[in-house]
Ligand binder design. Structure first.
Ligand SMILES: Nc1ncnc2c1ncn2[C@@H]1O[C@H](COP(=O)(O)OP(=O)(O)OP(=O)(O)O)[C@@H](O)[C@H]1O
Ligand SMILES: [Mg+2]
Length: 252
């Protein structure tokens, strides 16, 4: 089933075209990796899907309904977004930040269920031992896990994550992708922008290769070929197949 559909999407920042005629449908319950060089438009696509940015042309639909027709709270129950880097200061504890993810579900004040969901996402992201610490005092990777936990607390149907593993140590890279993969088994659609192709290959069901604001190729891991990767990044690579796993080794 198609969860999110982009049709003829164009996006421009101050007149300069960044996304060009993008049409793509994202299937429900899949982990989809958007990959491509710096500046190819990955973050811009994700921001358009969360309605943070308005495309110049084209439409984005969620369950065949244009996302422009959703009330903000209604959209927040459907789609959660974790940005690439959250800088700035956050005068809140880990627990309170994750609880903020419950906002679209809360009428007056948090109920028992909101507190339970918050605690469970904190546990999932391995933040329990620092749940009362201020966000300002966390490392980059710990912060990143807090923002992922906040998005999970939203209990959305679609999760958009911009480079969710970028600041994480090896253990947490795997842990986060395992959590995301598990969500897809419950029917949640997870769309990530990611640079680490080997990590993406291990966990993704589907790939969208983005180059200069256009979909250069899309499909399952069969599209991760020498030819495609070399064209995408303008480098030479070795692709090694071991049983059902594929590894990419850049050649210097
Ligand atoms: N706020 C902005 N104003 C103007 N141009 C922008 C803005 N944000 C991004 N761009 C430009 O849009 C293009 C796409 O940027 P985007 O952030 O979507 O790329 P990306 O694929 O996410 O890159 P990266 O891998 O570095 O995160 C780039 O050329 C970038 O310079
Ligand atoms: Mg980006």
């Amino acid at each position: 089933m198609v969860k999110i559909e982009l049709k003829n999407l164009d996006f421009a920042y101050n007149g300069s075209m960044v996304l060009k005629n993008i049409s793509h449908h994202f299937e429900q319950g899949k982990l989809i990796s958007i990959v491509g060089p710096n500046g190819s438009g990955k973050s811009t696509i994700l921001k358009c899907m969360d309605r943070i940015l308005q495309p110049k042309n084209g439409t984005i639909s969620f369950d065949e309904r244009n996302i422009l027709n959703f009330h903000a709270d209604e959209l927040a129950k459907k789609i959660a977004y974790v940005p690439q880097i959250e800088g700035g200061t956050f005068p809140a504890t880990v627990f309170d930040s994750v609880l903020l993810g419950r906002k679209p579900h809360i009428q007056w004040s948090p109920r028992q269920n909101d507190l339970e969901v918050t605690a469970s996402m904190i546990e999932k992201m391995n933040l329990k031992n620092i749940s009362l610490k201020s966000i300002n005092k966390l490392s980059g990777g710990q912060r990143q896990r807090v923002f992922i936990a906040r998005a999970l607390a939203q209990e959305p149907e679609v999760l958009l994550l911009d480079e969710p593993t970028a600041n994480l140590d090896l253990k947490h890279q795997i842990a986060v992708l395992k959590v995301l993969k598990k969500l897809t088994e419950q029917g949640i659609t997870v769309i990530i922008a990611i640079h680490d192709l080997n990590l993406a290959l291990q966990f993704s069901d589907h790939f969208v290769l983005l180059k200069d604001g256009e979909v250069f190729a899309s499909g399952e891991k069969e599209i991760i070929t020498n030819e495609n990767i070399e064209k995408l990044y303008d480098i030479k690579v070795n692709i090694i197949k071991q049983k059902d796993k594929i590894f990419i080794i850049p050649l210097s």
